[in-house]
Design a protein around this ligand. Structure first.
Ligand code: KIV
Length: 265
């Protein structure tokens, strides 16, 4: 893969029905290895609070943490689209949102991700109207873990499912450029994916979304917690870490991942 991945190229993937692969990355070395493996989108996720810093949630992650890791990933990146999380409470007011999103873009992000449903529609419009692309993260939103009552599958009853579908459409109308669906039943993720024109990334959302994302350390089987949607690609790799990353990309593109055993129904 030699061309830069852009919103347009991901949009083309969706149109052609070609799956794309995304992983989290937090440093320059893994950003480079992921590029070599053909990963299209690298997310500097606030999961770094749990994966790297040892916290039990993403809430303690600061803007300084995000900017630092974004700068590291940018140095190792060549072609991938770089997405950065706006961390907990960094988009609570309009001036704060603009300021913090600008810091991430200056550090190297091509798109920012924020968690929420209808309540982030105004924020989405605020950012996109000013030239900052937005990925809206829906379903299980880890920054709201205390309100949700734990890391659990969302959208299981018809009313909750309908809310997710309607909010996804609302966010697209507000200007969102991508959606990320976390931990929802596969049939709901499929409905959302065909109901919007923008690319939809899934984690624990079944095989019928446009792109798959995993936390890097989960894909390498070195995370202490392994939810249902996680697969260890290092376990079957014949070429160490590079083989695992390439295996993830190949499995996503051929729709072999996620399988039934990684999916919520
Ligand atoms: O922060 C993160 O790594 C994420 C992924 C779980 C999608 O949001």
């Amino acid at each position: 893969m030699n061309n830069n991945v852009t919103l347009h190229s991901l949009q083309d993937c969706k149109r052609r029905g070609e799956k794309f692969a995304c992983l989290t990355a937090y440093d320059a070395l893994f950003a480079r290895l992921c590029n070599e493996a053909g990963v299209e989108v690298l997310l500097v996720g606030d999961s770094l609070g749990m994966v790297l810093q040892g916290h039990d949630s993403t809430l303690p992650v600061t803007m300084e943490d995000m900017v630092y890791h974004m700068q590291c990933v940018k140095r190792g990146n060549q072609h991938a689209m770089l997405m950065a999380d706006l961390p907990f409470m960094s988009y609570a007011s309009a001036p704060q949102t603009l300021d913090n999103a600008a810091r991430l873009m200056r550090a190297g992000a091509h798109i920012v991700k924020l968690e929420g449903g209808a309540w982030i529609a105004e924020t989405t419009a605020l950012l996109t109207e000013r030239g900052i692309p937005v990925c809206a993260h829906m379903g299980l939103t880890p920054q709201s873990i205390n309100r949700l009552g734990g890391f659990r599958v969302q959208g299981r009853d018809p009313e909750a499912a309908n809310t997710i579908i309607e909010e996804a459409k609302l966010l697209e109308r507000a200007g969102a450029n991508m959606l990320l669906l976390e931990c929802i039943p596969a049939s709901l993720a499929r409905t959302v994916t065909v109901s919007v024109g923008i690319p939809v990334i899934g984690i624990g959302a079944g095989v019928d979304v446009d792109g798959q994302i995993m936390v890097l350390h989960d894909a390498l089987g070195i995370s202490p917690i392994t939810p249902r949607f996680v697969k260890n690609f290092l376990a079957t790799s014949e070429d160490g870490i590079q083989g695992a990353l390439a295996g993830f990309v190949a499995a996503v593109k051929s729709r072999r991942f996620p399988g039934d055993e990684h999916t919520y129904y």
